[in-house]
Design a protein around this ligand. Structure first.
Ligand SMILES: [Zn+2]
Ligand SMILES: [Zn+2]
Length: 258
């Protein structure tokens, strides 16, 4: 009889330990959503941690670095903020009105973007860690009477940042500029262009220009633009304020590399 009592006693002792903390607790946590929890007995201790939110950027809202919880919205891209329409499609011709070389006459030409491509490297473009190349070609044709009589004045072209016009502009240095992608600053983005053709072919002035950018892999914020000479006459330097005017002008055709 005593033997049975003894077994019973051990049983009670074990039960009692489990209930009253003889457990050699092994705690995990705390996390943002739960306090410390013993993985053996489930006992909790303390309070949950506070979320640690990182600032919102153009791709992600405020995000907790611990648990990934998000709150709020992504930052509004500048192109949306300023109502800049950027909807040129590949292989579609758009009218492009430009001043003539002589006098105040206007020539009505056409512009088309084509051969949009994304690649990591080719013969002329080296592979760059964390970056990729994007390219598109713009073809302009001026073949109306005014173009033939009075010539065609210079147009301006460059690239802008869909998300952040000012910072990209102000970071510009010898065709290198900065973009912010997923909250990270990439300071080595590159812009380059190559004039493939600029000549009269019978009664048509044919201009073909290829644009290249080197941007962080996956970055969809670069907009190539071509602006007529009545909106902006070519200068070496264009500040962020002028850039915004150029982008908002009806005389500018914009193609987003996305
Ligand atoms: Zn425990
Ligand atoms: Zn959290």
């Amino acid at each position: 009889m005593n033997y049975r009592k003894w077994i019973c006693g051990i049983g009670i002792l074990i039960m009692g330990c489990m209930l009253s903390g003889c457990c050699n607790h092994a705690y995990e946590g705390p996390t943002c959503t739960s306090p410390m929890v013993c993985i053996k007995c489930g006992k909790t201790s303390g309070e949950p941690k506070e979320h640690h939110f990182e600032e919102a950027n153009y791709q992600q809202p405020e995000t907790c670095t611990e648990c990934g919880l998000t709150q709020g919205e992504v930052l509004q891209p500048d192109f949306e903020k300023y109502g800049i329409i950027c909807d040129a499609k590949e292989d579609v011709e758009y009218p492009f009105e430009n001043r003539c070389m002589e006098g105040d006459e206007i020539t009505v030409g056409r512009i088309m973007f084509s051969d949009y491509d994304v690649f990591s490297a080719d013969d002329a473009h080296e592979e760059r860690d964390g970056y990729e190349w994007r390219t598109v070609t713009a073809t302009l044709v001026f073949d109306d009477e005014n173009a033939n009589k009075y010539g065609v004045a210079d147009y301006t072209c460059s690239v802008s940042d869909y998300y952040n016009i000012k910072d990209a502009n102000e970071s510009w240095n010898n065709d290198m500029f900065a973009v912010n992608f997923n909250g990270k600053e990439y300071t080595q983005a590159i812009y380059a262009s190559e004039l493939l053709q600029s000549e009269w072919v019978e009664d048509a002035l044919m201009i073909k220009k290829k644009f290249f950018v080197s941007v962080p892999v996956g970055y969809d914020g670069i907009v190539v633009w071509v602006c007529n000479s009545q909106t902006h006459y070519y200068q070496d330097y264009i500040n962020a304020e002028e850039e915004l005017k150029v982008l908002q002008s009806e005389g500018t055709v914009l193609f987003r590399m996305k």
